[in-house]
Design a protein around this ligand. Structure first.
Ligand code: UFG
Length: 328
C-alpha cells in the first residue's frame, strides 16, 4: 500500500518523500507545481494534480491503494496571508477539506498534517507546549488551526486518525545536497542570509532591533528539514501502531536571535555579510521556542542535525551547488 505525499514537490514534502523512499515505502507524489519543483521528485509515482480538483483526486485514489496521506500542500507566507486571506482559506482549508472528503470516500484513514507554530500566535509560555492557548495572529495560522479542528471532527465522525505536526522554523537542506529550499519569493531568514553571503543580494535586513530579547532581535527555534521529515515517518508508524490521533510540536527547544543566526552563517561560510538594521516586520512575535518533549517521549523522535551550524552548513552546500535553485 502506498503513502500519498500531497505537496511532495515542495521543500518539506520533498525531504519527507525522500526519507520514505529510502525506507522502501511505496511513495506517490502529488503536487500542482505552483510552488513545488518537478526536479525535487526523487522516485515513486508523480501526479500533477490540484487538491481542489475532486475528480482528478478521486482518480489518484482509484488507481492506487493509499494507506496514508501526508499533507504538505499549502501556501505559507504569513504576510501574504494577511493581504490575501481568501486565497489562503481556499487553498489551505478548502483543498484539505476536499482531500479529507476523497479520503473518506476511499476509506483511507490515516493522515499526517503539516501544521505550524503560527497556530499559537503570541506565546503564553516559553517553551511552547501543545496544550497552550492557540490564538493565531494571521490568516495563515488560522487556516492551519481550522484544519486541525476539522481533523478532530473527521476523526470522531469517520474514524480518520491524524497526527498534526506544528513546525517551528524549518531550515537546512538534505545532507546529499540533492534537494533543498527554493521558494519564489524567498522570505525566510537563513536562505536570505546565504544569498547575501553569496552575493546574490546586497545585504540582509534585520527586521526590528528593539524586541525584548537579549540583543533586541527576534528569537526563533530552527529545525533541520530532515529531522522534520523523520518526524512524519514516526507519525505514520504511530498511526499504523495505535490508531489514535495526536498533535506534536517540532523544534529543537533552543532559540537563536536574528543576529546570532547571521553570526553563525558568517562563521560557517567564512564570507562577509552586509547587515542593515530595519523596521519590525508586522506580526512577528519576539520569541518562538518549542517544547518537543511530547514527540520525543511518545514517538522517540530524536533530532540528528540539532546544531545550528550544521543546519546552516547543509543549506550553504545546497545554495552553493544550486545558485538558481532547481533552475540549474
Ligand atoms: N527576518 C529578518 N530579515 C529577513 C527575514 C526574516 O530579520 O530578511 C527575521 C524575521 O523577522 C523573524 C526571523 O527572521 O524574526 C525568522 O523569519 P522567517 O521568515 O525565516 O520565519 P518566521 O519565523 O517568520 O516563519 C516561520 C515559518 C512560518 C510560520 C511562522 C510562525 O516559516 O511558516 O514561523 O510564526 F508561520
Amino acid at each position: 500500500m502506498a503513502i500519498l505525499v500531497a505537496g511532495g514537490a515542495g521543500y518539506i514534502g520533498s525531504h519527507t518523500a525522500l526519507e520514505l523512499l529510502e525506507k522502501k515505502e511505496d511513495v506517490i507524489y502529488l503536487d500542482n507545481l505552483t510552488k513545488g519543483h518537478k526536479d525535487a521528485v526523487m522516485g515513486g509515482k508523480f501526479y500533477q494534480v490540484d487538491l481542489l480538483d475532486t475528480e482528478a483526486l478521486r482518480k489518484v485514489f482509484r488507481e492506487n491503494e493509499i494507506e496514508a496521506v501526508i499533507d504538505f500542500a499549502a501556501f505559507s507566507l504569513v504576510g501574504e496571508s494577511v493581504n490575501e486571506p481568501i486565497k489562503y482559506y481556499q487553498n489551505n482549508v478548502g483543498a484539505t477539506i476536499n482531500l479529507l472528503k476523497v479520503m473518506q470516500e476511499a476509506g483511507t484513514k490515516k493522515i499526517v498534517f503539516s501544521s505550524t507554530a503560527a497556530t499559537y500566535g503570541e506565546p503564553e509560555n516559553v517553551p511552547i507546549l501543545e496544550s497552550d492557548r492557540t490564538e493565531p495572529t494571521n490568516p495563515y495560522g488560522e487556516t492551519k488551526l481550522a484544519v486541525e479542528k476539522a481533523l478532530k471532527w473527521a476523526d470522531r465522525a469517520y474514524g480518520i486518525k491524524y497526527v498534526s505536526l506544528r513546525y517551528f522554523n524549518a531550515a537546512g537542506a538534505h545532507i546529499s545536497g540533492k534537494i533543498g529550499e527554493d521558494h519564489t519569493p524567498e522570505t525566510h531568514l537563513i536562505p536570505l542570509i546565504l544569498d547575501a553571503a553569496l552575493g546574490k543580494r546586497e545585504s540582509i535586513s534585520i527586521f526590528g532591533t528593539d524586541y525584548p530579547t537579549q540583543d533586541g532581535t527576534c528569537v526563533r527555534d530552527y529545525i533541520h528539514v530532515t529531522d522534520l521529515a523523520n518526524a512524519h515517518i514516526l507519525a505514520v508508524e504511530k498511526l499504523r501502531r495505535d490508531h489514535t490521533s495526536a498533535v506534536y510540536n517540532l523544534g529543537n527547544g533552543k532559540g537563536f536571535s536574528v543576529r546570532e543566526v547571521i553570526h553563525v552563517t558568517k562563521e560557517v561560510t567564512g564570507l562577509p555579510i552586509k547587515v542593515i538594521e530595519a523596521e519590525r516586520r508586522a506580526g512577528d512575535p519576539a520569541v518562538l521556542i518549542a517544547s518537543s518533549d511530547k514527540i520525543k517521549k511518545e514517538l522517540g523522535w530524536n533530532p540528528r542535525f540539532a546544531d545550528l551550524s550544521t543546519i546552516v552548513e547543509t543549506a550553504f552546500r545546497w545554495h552553493q551547488s544550486h545558485p538558481n535553485g532547481y533552475e540549474n
